[in-house]
Write a protein that binds this ligand. Structure first.
Ligand SMILES: NC(=O)c1ccc[n+]([C@@H]2O[C@H](COP(=O)([O-])OP(=O)(O)OC[C@H]3O[C@@H](n4cnc5c(N)ncnc54)[C@H](O)[C@@H]3O)[C@@H](O)[C@H]2O)c1
Length: 332
């Protein structure tokens, strides 16, 4: 199987590539059954894309890296032929950046996805896996979203993801393209760009600094280790039904204040290191996914306990300063 991974130099895409190629030291019991004959990464290397994320599999002869933009139809038209599956991660992914400037979000997330879908259609790609997010639903006070819940995104990021998610489904309904969509909750783990809350807090704390806590700290997120997200995507890639949406979640809800407490403890720091800051504009209060469909239909279950996963993640950032220090120096 020849797999094209867009955004494969980012946080989650690179985990998917490392997992597909069986990274050295990876746990074979947790690896998916997909055995790729080749993996092509198409990545623009924006500020959050980092070739170092692929270092553990750099010498694998099955890996090919293409530096380029998914919005470029000529390039996409050259790269897509010859692949059986496209797994589409490439996106502008940070909500705060979408609040200060939405243009790259619409360009990459919407136009880029449409460019890929058109190429997949033209070149008869066997399957298109679109990686979406729980943020497309907006915010929910109680209970949990099911896959048929109406989309009501609140940030320019989530609105652009909702647009691309619906476009992907429309290409299935209109053209019969074999599309599957995953919507996942918040991910944490190694190789995450240190602007997102977990690596931002951990690296600030490891450097002896403070961490900013939005509003009253009461916003609730469902946390999932990035490896479990990728295991879920692999299941959907392999066995998901065309035209269907699958939730991937961890079932571990935490308020931001609770998450902060766990990260402080893991870094040996106290609450004196926390600085309350004005809440994010339009900040969704709570996300919660019902994952019954992927559990019952595809046999998915998260495998990494949150406390264990967070401890391991903190250890990774502690031991891999050479990965994140240049990023913080370059991007503040
Ligand atoms: N991080 C999460 O918690 C989370 C949760 C659910 C879904 N998702 C989705 O998963 C996907 C990956 O998220 P992430 O956290 O790894 O993001 P990321 O920002 O770490 O990685 C994005 C990657 O896409 C690349 N990219 C951006 N624009 C591009 C373009 N125009 N052409 C080619 N490559 C481009 C970047 O260089 C980078 O390597 C996104 O689609 C995101 O919406 C993320």
């Amino acid at each position: 199987m020849r797999i094209l991974v867009t955004g494969g130099a980012g946080f989650i895409g690179s985990e998917y590539v490392r997992m597909l190629l069986g990274r050295p030291g990876g746990d074979p019991a947790r690896a998916p059954r997909i055995a790729p004959t080749s993996v092509t990464v198409l990545d623009k290397l924006t500020y959050s894309g980092n070739p170092a994320n692929l270092d553990p599999v750099r010498h694998d002869p099955r890996l090919r890296f293409v530096h380029g933009d998914i919005v470029d139809p000529a390039l996409v038209d050259q790269v897509v032929p010859g692949h059986d599956v496209i797994v589409h991660f490439a996106a502008e992914s940070h909500v705060d950046r979408s609040i200060t400037g939405a243009a790259p979000f619409v360009t990459t997330n919407v136009l880029g996805t449409q460019t890929l879908l058109d190429a997949a259609l033209r070149h008869r790609t066997g399957r298109f896996v679109h990686v979406s997010t729980d943020e497309v639903y907006g915010s929910i006070d109680a209970g949990a979203w099911t896959e048929d819940w109406p989309l009501a995104p609140n940030s320019p990021y989530s609105a652009s993801k909702a647009a691309s998610d619906l476009l992907a489904l429309a290409y299935h309904r209109t053209h019969g393209l074999d599309v599957v969509v995953t919507r996942c909750s918040n991910n944490y783990g190694p190789y995450q760009f240190p602007e997102k809350v977990v690596p931002l807090f951990v690296t600030n704390l490891l450097d002896g600094g403070t961490v900013p806590l939005y509003g009253d700290g009461g916003n609730v997120r469902d946390w999932l280790h990035v490896h479990d997200h990728c295991r879920g995507i692999a299941l959907v890639q392999e066995k998901g039904r065309a035209g269907e949406v699958y939730h991937i979640g961890g079932g571990t809800e935490l308020t931001n204040r609770e998450l902060t407490g766990k990260l402080l403890a893991a870094c040996g720091a106290g609450w004196d290191r926390v600085v309350p800051v004005t809440d994010r504009k339009g900040h969704d209060r709570r996300y919660a996914l019902d994952i019954t469909k992927i559990e019952t239909e595809l046999g998915y279950a998260p495998s990494i306990d949150l406390d264990h996963g967070l401890t391991e993640t903190v250890r990774w950032y502690r031991e891999n300063r050479a990965w994140w220090e240049p990023l913080k120096a370059a991007h503040g």
